[in-house]
Unconditional design. Structure first.
Ligand SMILES: Cc1ncc(COP(=O)(O)O)c(C=O)c1O
Length: 364
């Protein structure tokens, strides 16, 4: 194996700090070693801090963001439940697919890709059913939209439903207040603004969500993701074996969390914003237009339309082949029409922006 040293500026994974990479070379301990249980405790408390929550049921699923998504839905939904699912891109579509596979009746609230979900439509959907939960993507990586959550959270509570949030791309890159915003279940990923290797999914459940879990009438249909069992590995007196944790990835996650907290959440969010503005000015100077209206733009995922006459696939290939820079192409209706440029975690630096701008100017 002789892979290149890339500059990761796509929709994730992002570049990883050398401290995190070095930590992965730490000799293994067993997954029930008392020293590893302390590592898990550290991860749990730092995950709570970075998610701004006191939820005791906060831990990391040993699988990527999609498994976090599935964890939230399979534990909270039972066959016959009604679920309002908001769809404004690829990941809302995935949420709806999983909810249907749980046997739920899915009520979809949709918005054009590139725009946020309209709270008025959410209100109508909630009023028209008996929702067990509403699920929504905070940072839609397929389009670059930052979805405001507070108003929708209030409506969801008023309807007596749980609020489930996808924070895979927003976590550690922009404000995310689990407790203050009334989020009941949330999942994220390790590989975006946290800048840890891919393959882990931080999740958190509120007391209301735990009550729903405790009062299920049917067994959770997924053995691996059933929280009633996994939680005994992450907390409690017994710390029972559930599965063999990915030890090295957990070491890395712990170090990445330490780096986030050393920087401070507010500083980290400001850094993401500042580098987004630097990139925006550069791209607009080259004639690019953003897909998303200014107030709803994600700082860590910049979706720009491809200007007339630019061969998008060829430019991306040349960026990778000649400059080792990875950026993302469009998905679904935007395939071939936009680029998705990530400024996530360790990749949100002026150096990254300047490297990409210089390469783009040379190629275009
Ligand atoms: C918003 C969002 N949700 C869910 C996922 C799925 O995460 P993973 O690819 O880690 O399974 C992604 C991945 O890009 C994402 O951006």
């Amino acid at each position: 194996m002789n892979t290149s040293t890339r500059v990761l500026m796509g929709p994730g994974p992002s570049d990883v700090h050398p401290r995190v990479l070095r930590t992965m070379a730490t000799p293994l301990v067993g997954h029930l070693d008392p020293e590893f249980l302390v590592v898990m405790d550290d991860i749990k408390s730092m995950t709570q801090e970075t998610l701004q929550t006191n939820n005791p049921l906060t831990f990391v699923v040993s699988a990527p963001g999609s498994a976090g998504m599935e964890t939230c839905l399979v534990n909270l939904l039972e066959p016959g439940d009604e679920a309002v699912i908001c769809i404004h891109g690829v990941f809302g579509t995935r949420l709806a697919d999983i909810a249907e596979r749980c046997g739920a009746k899915v009520i979809k609230v949709e918005a054009d890709w590139g725009t946020p979900i309209d709270p008025e439509e959410v209100k109508q959907a909630l009023a028209g059913c008996k929702p067990k939960l509403l699920a929504i993507v905070h940072a839609e990586t397929s389009t670059g939209v930052l979805q405001p959550l507070e108003e929708i959270s209030k409506m969801t509570k008023d309807a007596g439903a749980l609020l489930v949030v996808d924070a895979v791309t927003s976590y550690c890159g922009t404000d995310l207040k689990v407790d203050e915003w009334g989020i009941d279940a949330l999942y994220s990923g390790s590989q975006k603004c946290l800048s840890a290797p891919p393959g882990l999914s931080p999740v958190t459940f509120s007391q209301d969500a735990v009550d729903v879990l405790d009062n299920r009438k049917t067994k959770v249909q997924s053995w691996f993701l059933d929280l009633t069992m996994v939680k005994n590995y992450w907390s409690g007196a017994k710390r029972a074996y559930h599965h063999t944790a990915p030890i090295s990835a957990m070491f890395a996650m712990r170090e990445a969390l330490r780096i986030v907290l050393e920087e401070g959440l507010e500083n980290r969010f400001a850094r993401h914003r500042k580098n987004h503005e630097l990139l925006r000015d550069g791209l607009e100077g080259l004639g690019f237009e953003f897909l998303v209206e200014k107030q709803y733009r994600l700082p860590m995922l910049n979706a720009v339309r491809i200007p007339e006459g630019v061969d998008e696939a060829l430019v991306r290939k040349r960026l990778l082949d000649e400059y080792n820079i990875e950026i993302g192409g469009g998905l679904g209706p935007y395939a071939g029409k936009i680029w998705r440029i990530g400024l996530m975690g360790e990749s949100a630096t002026p150096n990254h922006v300047n490297m990409l701008m210089a390469a783009l100017k040379a190629i275009i």
